[in-house]
Design a protein around this ligand. Structure first.
Ligand code: SF4
Length: 405
């Protein structure tokens, strides 16, 4: 967006890319908009992203906002040119709104392939949108239906990123495991991962962002468990440990399947760590049901948990279901987080004393394949983005302490 806005000749503008996933994310977006106007009073404020896509009028009605553009428009040079040339942007007129019906976007997502890096890691978006309709989720209404980047294009981009010196490439998408269904020959995510690994041998580590356990294909399973260049870390879109709640969420897995998946993968590759998203206090969740979410941390052997206190998103079926009181939701989220912290600390403690390969990040930190973050005491000896061997000497909170050897 920075590049497109610059190329269109847009000057003195702040672009705010909003998230719609929770009410809290939307609140933060509104706060950021107000702050941007306070700190850059002369700048045009342009709002985009999923919250802008789903509720454009809410943002257009903010006094600070000059333009609202949709998720497809934000990736189109033509739209940025039109915006830059629109006299209304300069005249402090009513906000410009350019937001299309995202559900009408059908083309494969070749335009997403502009992978980028944060020095250490490069992110490669291979898929966008989602065809599922989980009852709590607003994302499909912000991102539209599933579109995938063709294998050939993704492999080429991975090669460019590897040649640019990125040791680790992270594949990203909204619903990654549905990759390819919209493409000719319907290649699976496993086919794509295999193609990248085989055709770009320079990649030191390939990491998958969140995956849906119900949709891991055979080839993907083989690569995760049998190819050491796939990072030994899987983040599962789990959401609950109770089957009735999973059904009410319209998820496609059961508690038993999720546990079995973790065990099967670990049996084949013992060093794989698991993360998961879990929602606390989904509508109708009883204490008994919640305890099943708590217990799945140990039963599946999860190390990294993202806990989301449930907040109803307007327009989703879950917003109309019988709600759990806020105070109970907060209490359950706190219990999940406390248990998750214990699980993570236990896992990190087991790593102390070992030597591990890591990729250096900024700020003296490094990341292991299993996602553990390490404070490197002699970080000046390693270059950011480079691979280095670390001796892990201690744990401090959620961090390991290590030295480059
Ligand atoms: S699969 Fe993920 S993105 Fe799609 S509707 Fe469900 S939670 Fe939302």
């Amino acid at each position: 967006m920075r590049r497109l806005a610059g190329a269109a000749g847009l000057k003195d503008a702040v672009v705010i890319n909003t998230c719609a996933v929770t009410n809290e994310a939307v609140r933060t977006a509104r706060q950021n908009i107000r702050r941007a106007k306070r700190t850059r009073p002369g700048a045009r404020i342009i709002v985009t992203g999923c919250a802008a896509q789903t509720t454009p009028d809410d943002f257009a009605s903010m006094a600070e906002v000059d333009a609202v553009i949709g998720n497809q428009e934000k990736l189109t040079p033509r739209e940025w040119r039109a915006l830059a040339e629109d006299p209304a942007l300069e005249e402090n007129a009513a906000p410009i709104i350019r937001v299309n019906d995202i559900m009408s976007v059908r083309e494969t997502a070749g335009h997403l392939i502009d992978g980028y890096g944060d020095h250490a890691r490069a992110f490669l978006q291979i898929q966008n949108g989602c065809d599922h309709r989980c009852t709590f989720c607003i994302i499909p209404f912000g991102r539209g239906n599933s579109r995938s980047v063709p294998v050939r294009v993704a492999v080429e981009q991975a090669r460019r990123l590897a040649e640019a010196g990125h040791h680790e490439i992270v594949l990203t998408g909204v619903d990654m495991t549905s990759y390819g269904a919209d493409l000719d020959d319907a290649p699976t995510l496993g086919v794509l991962v295999a193609a990248i690994l085989d055709q770009v041998p320079e990649i030191c580590r390939l990491r998958l962002s969140s995956v849906d356990g119900a949709e891991i294909d055979d080839e993907l399973f083989e690569r995760i468990t049998g190819d050491n260049r796939v990072a030994p870390y899987l983040h599962l879109s789990l959401q609950s440990g109770d089957n009735m709640i999973l059904k009410r969420m319209k998820r496609r897995h059961t508690r038993e399947q999720a546990i079995e998946l973790c065990h099967t993968i670990r049996a084949r590759r013992a060093d794989v760590a698991f993360g998961a998203d879990i929602i606390a206090g989904f509508p109708t969740e009883t204490e008994e049901m919640f305890v099943r979410s708590l217990d799945i941390i140990d039963e599946a052997g999860l190390q990294y948990l993202h806990v989301f206190p449930f907040s109803p998103r307007q327009g989703t079926p879950a917003a109309l279901m019988p709600q759990v009181p806020r105070v109970i939701i907060k209490e359950r989220a706190a219990r999940l987080r406390a248990k998750a912290a214990d699980a993570l600390h236990g896992f990190l403690d087991q790593l102390v004393g070992r030597e591990e390969l890591a990729i250096m990040e900024s700020g003296g930190r490094a990341r292991l394949g299993n996602f553990a973050s390490v404070k490197v005491i002699n970080s000046e000896t390693a270059s950011i983005g480079g691979a280095c061997q670390l001796r892990l000497t201690a744990r401090e909170g959620d961090l390991l302490i290590g030295e480059a050897i």
